[in-house]
Design a protein around this ligand. Structure first.
Ligand SMILES: Cc1cc2nc3c(=O)[nH]c(=O)nc-3n(C[C@H](O)[C@H](O)[C@H](O)COP(=O)(O)O)c2cc1C
Length: 193
């Protein structure tokens, strides 16, 4: 039977979902059975059925959505007991010196706020879609881009995501060793009386 993985995402403009869809594509090609859901629907699932759980969340004005930390706190024990990963999507990560789990300020801060220690971490540079933003958001992001030497043309759509990095993360998720359920090892061990 194919192993079963959950990809749960928190998105505002859809790019984190798109990254998850790409992860699902690569993981499925590796023989993994994948369920992909928005994070708000994940609690309704029987989470114990998943051997691997990956959560992806985007940054907006400095923070992941509050529901991300809430979900993690609610399912802490379950997350600790399976093969797990977390990734953050933000525009700061387009800068090479802020693109790694130990150099991206948002991921570093987030990990200090939660107890869960995911086995795999990643940071993916996100997407700018000026035409899709409301006026205020567009001006705010243009200002931030001006300060940080990014694109400011309000007609531009720029995808900074490194899709090869996404593919590599899919491989790493599939390569995570499965955490055996307590009792299963003993039940399957032929040497026990
Ligand atoms: C209103 C708004 C605020 C944002 N704030 C930040 C921010 O504070 N830091 C950052 O690095 N990226 C920021 N971003 C960039 C997003 O993280 C990026 O566009 C990402 O791809 C969004 O993913 P999503 O479509 O899954 O929500 C912001 C984007 C928007 C539209």
């Amino acid at each position: 039977m194919a192993h079963h993985a959950l990809l749960a995402y928190s998105t505002t403009d859809g790019h984190t979902r798109q990254i998850c869809e790409r992860l699902k594509f690569f993981m499925t090609a590796l023989g993994q059975q994948v369920t992909l859901v928005p994070l708000e629907q994940a609690s309704a699932l029987n989470l114990k059925q998943f051997e691997r759980i990956v959560i992806g969340a985007s940054i907006r004005y400095g923070h992941h959505q509050p529901q991300v930390a809430q979900f993690i706190a609610r399912h802490q024990a379950l997350l600790e007991g399976c093969a797990s990963g977390f990734f953050s999507v933000n525009i700061v990560a387009r800068k090479p010196h802020k693109s790694q789990p130990d150099s991206n300020p948002y991921l570093k801060k987030f990990l200090r706020q939660i107890i869960w220690k995911p086995q795999l971490l990643a940071v993916f540079a996100g997407k700018l879609n000026y035409p899709a933003y409301g006026w205020l958001d567009r001006q705010m992001i243009r200002l931030i881009m001006l300060i940080t030497n990014g694109p400011t043309d309000p007609t531009m759509v720029v995808e900074f995501t490194d899709w090869a990095q996404v593919e590599a993360f899919a491989h790493a998720v599939c390569a995570l060793p499965i955490v055996e359920a307590p009792g299963l090892a003993a039940a399957e061990s032929p040497g026990l009386p």
